[in-house]
Design a protein. Structure first.
Length: 132
């Protein structure tokens, strides 16, 4: 519930730029790679904003050298840079996730966690992946 409330507050009070940084960091916290396949439309739907807003925000992050984004392929180049840009909501949501699911955080799949489907391996957008 804390995560939902914090995300709702973030969506209301912080810039789309900060929201995109939060979404990227939270998404990449839960996967083993620094790249994924996702369209501007998909990210816009996830954040509840217009696609054009994501295009602008992603362009600014790319100009700063924090991400590389081309034809639906997004690569994080500087996680530290994203962390500098993100609002405090990221820390709140991430701390709550860590509290609720500590076994998932920083634990490789080889330690008994189910394998996570990889967007890179399947060549499909991340929102089309089926997790086993």
């Amino acid at each position: 519930m804390t995560q939902i409330n914090q995300a709702a507050a973030c969506n209301r009070h912080h810039s789309i730029h900060q929201q995109l940084c939060r979404w990227l960091l939270l998404t990449f916290d839960r996967q083993a790679s620094n790249e994924m396949l996702a369209t501007h439309e998909h990210i816009a739907n996830m954040l509840g904003v217009r696609r054009e807003s994501i295009t602008d925000a992603a362009g600014k992050l790319q100009q700063k050298g924090l991400i590389n984004y081309s034809r639906g392929r997004l690569v994080v180049l500087s996680r530290a840079g994203l962390e500098e840009q993100v609002c405090e909501c990221y820390d709140v949501i991430n701390a709550e996730f860590t509290r609720l699911i500590p076994a998932f955080v920083n634990k490789p799949a080889s330690r008994g966690l189910p394998p996570i489907a990889s967007a890179k391996a399947t060549k499909r957008p991340v929102h089309d992946l089926v997790f086993e």
